[in-house]
Design a protein around this ligand. Sequence first.
Ligand code: PMP
Length: 379
Amino acid sequence: MKRTLLLTPGPTQVPARLCEVLGRPIIHHRTPQFQAFLKEAVEGLKYVLKTQNDVYVLASSGTGAMEASVVSLLSSGDSALVVEGGKFGERWTELCKAYGVKATVIKVQWGKSVDPAEIKKALDADKSIKAVFVTHSETSTGTNSDIEGIGKVVKNCAAVLVVDAVSGLGVQDLQTDNWHVDVVCSAAHKGLMLPPGVAFISVSAKADALMAQSKLPKYYFDLRKYKKAWTQVDTPFTPAIGIVIALVESLKMIKETGIDNMLSHYARLAKATRAAALGLGLTLFADESAISNVLTAVKLPEGIDGDKVLKMMRDTHGISVAPGQDAIKGKVIRIAHMGVIDEYDILTGIACLEKVLKQLGHKFEMGAGVAAAQKVLNP
Ligand code: PMP
């Protein structure tokens, strides 16, 4: 029987401890029993988000939280600033367009991250900007944004800072309060190791004030409804009950290790993965200065089709990595090191990549990737 190993940037592997909780019989959500779970989940999310802000739990994928932030903060004809350095930055622009928000877009070359000074320039040039939308870890390129630097700029303006941390939360550091992030959108099927179905969003007092004035049409994703329900420790609509209960357990697991120890663990796995790629004579897609610990986008040599590499790894060996998208389709593969992944999973993935690359004619010394990773993991 073939193994299944997800080295993908979401969904990620679900640990046995969480599968056990997910398999329990359902309970009703309007009960003190569920309220206790919801309360604990929100407390745990605050710990991972490093915030004292309000956190609302939605039944959706991560994009639902992104949409909730746009419709709940803004009004038709408002101006926003969007940083676009990959597919998920583009999603912010698409959401703004869908709701008639005027988006000024800072385009960043894929693989690089925005200079916070550019954001300052744009905010200085247009004082009517109400929100700045950025991506914490751009999953399509394996690139990290300088959220701390951006936060220092935005905190002095009227605009709120909204961060898509769907893939990065719990994997790459995000200090919501220390870095002055007003809204964080994330979801449970990435760093938090659960099946898709729960998204969540943190809202600062500054964002809450903007929310009170928002006039965009909305219903399910109206965060004011979530705020009101939370006064009764409730949600306005049926929550994803089973996943919320499992989220409590997932957050317990993270607390047992400690969030900062988790971040160091992923930094170590990311370093080993990068070393392995270089050891195989491959190159990294993201700029060194902005490289993410969430996933590694590896460039393939001319003549080797990344989509073929991915298919062979997945269909023959049961190991899933992610493909390149748009302009880099077929040119890169993306290896995630997030969720319940350990060093042996990474070594297994690298060993599989070596086998497939060899079969496709790439010239390198067999074992060079694994050896390079091992040197990082066991110096
Ligand atoms: N933002 C980022 C950075 C992501 O990685 C993803 C999912 N890959 C999303 C947003 C969208 O999340 P979802 O597919 O859960 O809606």
